[in-house]
Design a protein around this ligand. Sequence first.
Ligand code: ADE
Length: 231
Amino acid sequence: MRLDVVTIFPDYMAPLHLSLVGKAISSGLVELGVHDLRTWTHDRHHTTDDTPYGGGAGMVMKPEPWGEALDALRDMDPAPMTVVVPTPAGTPFTQELAYELATRDRLMFACGRYEGIDQRVLDHMADEYELVEVSLGDYVLNGGEVATLAIIEAIVRLIPGVIGNPDSLLEESHSAGHENLLEYPNYTKPPTWRGRDVPEVLLSGNHGVIAAWRRERALERTRERRPDLLP
Ligand code: ADE
């Protein structure tokens, strides 16, 4: 899979070279390109934003640098490109969407800042590419960079070969194999820590009883924290 990120803060993407995503890059499973949007500006100040038509607070990202960035990335690689734009106005990012995007050969992440990107750029993206506008949740970040880090991590860990034991994907919260329940609580050694014991049932060795207990805890947790996930 090839990933390209366009941002006015390329340094934000440094953590992608750490841990699991870093290994996926160094092993060649993932190819990453990080690009400064200012590469595609032509004025002395490398301007990427301007005041909004119709007035109002804040600035809007200008269309011209984005248009040139898209053309340049398109010409770099013939594989069809899916463009991901993180925005609080997008559709919610879910595990299901992460699985879907993990099947693409090529993703480009367009990181907006300020009040967002001129709408004509998004209309152009929708016409020329597959466009996915996604929100991480009902809160506002300063720009798309941190959301891009989260979305890339969620996608890359689903690429076959990235996670050592793929069974671990089946057991976690929001996975299809888990009935869309939140994950049950986990424990490891020692059996007693600061006066708190590991639940007896987990030491029983009875796999049927353990599975039933875990399902009950997962249901209880989901009812309490995320009743919206229950049928
Ligand atoms: N950019 C700013 N806020 C965001 C959010 N909540 N999700 C995705 N991208 C964003």
